[in-house]
Design a protein around this ligand. Structure first.
Ligand code: SF4
Length: 611
């Protein structure tokens, strides 16, 4: 792989870092390699907002090739929202462009004295004054930086005012709407006085066997083009699944409190296609093109919302106005906030208002009535600026609930808000949320697809009923390992490429001779390493749990009457993983089998969070 460029913003020193060959082989790239590289620095006493806190942007071995949906990069560090491992990946074109510059990653530490942005042009790095862009929203900031550097074809990632103001769910944005949204790393960037990073390069992507890789990726793309998931995502966007999610009761409504909502079909992908959709958009070389382009009647081309944003600002708030949802999503994008955490935290505010736990005295006179999208917009403005009640909303649902004495009402796991795939409709997501290394997360395993009936035989994944319990635990673990490989590559989950083809692409790109099992073992290694990092940061068995709301049965809808048997599932899961059921730590035997005996030694020493 190409070197990683280390940048210390305090001293402005830069140096190329060469990843040891065995780490490259054992972790591939992306989030797994980042876990290995950051292991020593992610200690319990590390303040995520301190200059010492690392921010590592990494690509994978396929990034920037014309392979299937491999235009993504990941950013990793310590989350200010959860205090745990943070990773968030992002599409668009920035990741490939970084590799064209001759680097596979940027490893940022330190803190600039004044706001700056970085300009990496064909491998040469410049630290530039950001006085002209600080305070600008993410769209304006990209335009201003592009204008200032004046090089056509440059790609810019940036934070918005929310990241500058330390909102704990601030994300990192590029290419007008592509987002590394989760775990609050936009606020870490803001704490470093780093507004943006522009990249432009023209180098070639290194491949171990380019002659072998080219026909393989062409065949993979042909297969992908004819895949049903691709066709739905292309024609209807990710919200193409909204109708089915509603039918099965996996689409949350009214902050996870009810199972049905009148006219919910008005927010589906097909409704969008019939009303405001004017086009589609794609990340680098992606044949799926799940992005939406919409027109709200003013002639402007806007990003259309994807599934999470639609549900978060739609049924979650009892709103079925697609245009209002689009505007709320755009507000988040411009301020630079994750739409899942933002809409979830707003949902909690509406819920607590209905219960009388917060009142107009807390909201500055604003009534929070379900479906009121103007009130939701006002809350977003206050959140990004940390004004009034926005000061508490900006800290996410766990802290917001705690401030008002209602922490257990917050639908979150370990400080990360639950996305919009209700485990009462698909039980596999119960385990996914409870054990994900970054808090409640569907991007460590989108197991709802398996529970809906999509399994890859070449991976040895089996199909169980969507309401099966402990018997599916080992299957969930295997799926997490598979998706950990995706997050190492960094490949988009929407690319429904069989495991036997993905391993061939890896072999050709990296010069390996892996089987599918070798590939899954690499995923398992990454999963266990992230778990060990979290154990060292203080995560224990008791942290593997679901919020109260998801353990109360719904009265109506496709999930009515069911709650996942999470304790039985966890017990089976620890057994399948080789983890200690008392401490929740990976066992020595498991770690040694993955070549992680040194991690077992570390955990045995007390796992206290030293190097
Ligand atoms: S499927 Fe969508 S998000 Fe994934 S790479 Fe393609 S365009 Fe980007």
């Amino acid at each position: 792989m190409q070197p990683i460029l280390k940048v210390n913003l305090t001293t402005r020193e830069t140096s190329p870092y060469t990843v040891p060959a065995e780490w490259e082989r054992d972790y591939l790239g992306g989030a797994s390699l980042a876990a290995r590289l950051l292991y020593a620095s992610l200690i319990r006493d590390l303040d995520p907002f301190s200059p010492q806190s690392p921010l590592l942007f990494l690509t994978g071995p396929l990034t920037g090739t014309a392979g299937p949906a491999v235009g993504r990069f990941v950013v990793c560090g310590k989350s200010p929202a959860t205090g745990l491992w943070a990773e968030s990946n992002c599409g668009g074109f920035w990741g490939p462009e970084l590799r064209f510059c001759g680097y596979d990653g940027l490893w940022i530490t330190g803190k600039a004295e004044r706001p700056v942005y970085l300009w990496l042009n064909e491998g040469r790095l410049e630290v530039r004054d950001a006085a002209g862009v600080w305070g600008k929203d993410t769209c304006e900031a990209q335009q201003v930086v592009k204008r200032e550097i004046g090089v056509p074809g440059a790609h810019v990632l940036t934070i918005g005012p929310a990241g500058e103001n330390g909102v704990l769910f601030a994300g990192i944005f590029c290419d007008h709407g592509r987002t590394a949204g989760r775990t609050g790393l936009g606020a870490v960037m803001g704490a470093k006085n780093l507004k943006a990073i522009a990249v432009k390069g023209s180098g070639k992507i290194p491949l171990a066997d380019a002659g072998k890789y080219a026909p393989l990726r062409s065949a993979a793309n042909r297969l992908l083009k004819s895949d049903t998931v691709t066709q739905v995502a292309h024609d209807l966007g990710t919200s193409g699944v909204a109708d089915y999610a509603d039918y099965l009761g996996t689409m949350p409504k009214k902050y996870y409190q009810v199972g049905t909502f009148e006219n919910v079909d008005k927010v589906s992908g097909s409704s969008m296609a019939e009303t405001i959709l004017t086009g589609v958009s794609a990340c680098h070389a992606c044949v799926i093109a799940c992005g939406r382009v919409v027109d709200l009647g003013d002639g402007a081309k806007r990003k259309g919302p994807e599934y999470e944003t639609i549900v978060g600002f739609g049924p979650n708030l009892l709103n079925n106005d697609l245009m209002a949802i689009t505007r709320l999503g755009e507000l988040c994008d411009r301020y630079g906030m994750d739409t899942i955490s933002a809409s979830n935290t707003l949902g909690l505010a509406f819920h607590l208002f209905e219960k009388g736990i917060i009142t107009e005295r807390d909201t500055g006179g604003l009534a929070l009535r379900w479906g009121d999208t103007q009130a939701a917009a006002q809350l977003l403005h206050w959140t990004a600026r940390r004004e009034g009640i926005g000061e508490y909303l900006a800290q996410g649902s766990r802290r917001f609930g705690k401030h008002f004495g209602a922490e257990d009402e917050a639908v979150q796991v370990n400080g990360l808000e639950v996305p919009y795939h209700d485990p009462r409709g698909v039980s596999g997501m119960a385990l996914v949320y409870a054990t994900s290394p970054r808090g409640a997360c569907h991007n460590q395993s989108d197991y709802f697809f398996v529970d809906w009936g999509q399994a890859d035989e070449s991976l040895g994944l089996k199909l169980y009923s969507r309401h099966a319990g402990a018997e599916k635990a080992a299957n969930v673990a295997r799926h997490q390992d598979w998706r950990t490989v995706f997050n190492a590559l960094v490949m988009c989950f929407f690319a429904n490429v069989p495991g036997e083809i993905v391993v061939e692409l890896i072999n050709a790109a990296c010069g390996l001779d892996w089987s599918v099992e070798d590939m899954l073992r690499c995923g398992e290694r990454g999963w266990n390493l992230k778990r060990a990092i979290n154990n060292r940061l203080g995560l224990r068995r008791a942290n593997d749990k679901l919020p109260k709301a998801l353990l109360e049965p719904l009265c109506d809808g496709g999930a009515a009457g069911y709650v996942p048997p999470i304790e039985e599932m966890l017990e089976a899961y620890y057994a399948a993983r080789g983890w200690d059921p008392e401490t929740g730590r990976p066992g020595r035997e498991k770690l040694e089998s993955l070549g992680l005996g040194w991690v077992a030694d570390d955990l045995d020493k007390g796992a206290g969070g030293q190097g």
